[in-house]
Design a protein around this ligand. Structure first.
Ligand code: 5RP
Length: 217
């Protein structure tokens, strides 16, 4: 199977986690796009979705699924989202698509976070995928210097502005042996909005498209 076919398969497997869930948390990315497309089959039963990005919002609305404000709905039962890397502890790197801040908010506000990935995303140690860090624009260079002190090589994602009107630094060459610790350290740098390590609030369930199967971690 191609990577795209695996994404599609794992997205379909996630549907069982949202059956009978009236309001669904929806992430961002190509894997989630497949998931949104599958949601269309039972849109009449869905009260609405809380979306983590403008792009997912557009896709949901196009299919006739109402997009709701997180502030108006309280805790969510289930959040479905992809990831760029997944460790055996279900710690993640996210933000390749730039939506990490809203993704982290929805993950925090959800009882169950189901992460859907293809087998290429599973790793023993996080960090091969450049770690996205969303920063307030005026703090970009300062934060970059602080990230260099931590051993990383930050690269500015040029010509890219997040949905929250901020910028992204992609940090290369980090071997993230203590994800919770590094998440806290980077979060604590002034000017950082969100770091793409999801360890303090990891995934609860990871569905991995592998070969012809979907494996549950
Ligand atoms: C977006 C994300 C995505 O979940 C991550 O980039 C995976 O994307 P894809 O499903 O396209 O591989 O974190 O901010």
């Amino acid at each position: 199977m191609t990577q795209d076919e695996l994404k599609q398969k794992v997205a379909q497997a996630a549907i069982k986690y949202v059956k009978d869930v009236p309001i669904i948390g929806v992430g961002t990315g190509s894997t989630v796009n497949y998931f949104i497309d599958y949601l269309a089959d039972f849109r009449a039963e869905i009260e609405g979705a809380v979306s983590s990005s403008e792009s997912s919002t557009q896709r949901l609305k196009k299919l006739g699924i109402p997009v709701l404000d997180l502030n108006a709905v309280g805790p969510l039962e289930v959040y479905i989202d992809g990831a760029d890397e997944v460790s055996p502890h279900k710690h993640l790197i996210k933000g390749g698509g730039g939506a990490l801040t809203r993704e982290k908010i929805i993950a925090a506000a959800s009882k169950t976070f189901v992460c859907i990935v293809d087998e290429n995303k599973t790793v023993d140690v996080l960090g091969k995928f450049p770690l996205p860090v969303e920063v307030v624009p005026m703090a970009r260079s300062y934060v970059a210097r602080e990230l260099v002190k931590l051993g990383g090589q930050p690269i500015w994602r040029e010509n890219y502005i997040t949905d929250n009107h901020n910028e992204i630094l992609d940090v290369h060459n980090l071997s993230i042996l203590e994800p919770k610790k590094l998440e806290a350290i980077i979060n604590n740098i002034v000017g950082v909005v969100t770091v793409g390590i999801f360890a303090e609030r990891p995934a609860d369930i990871v569905l991995v498209g592998k070969g012809t199967e979907v494996i549950t971690l």
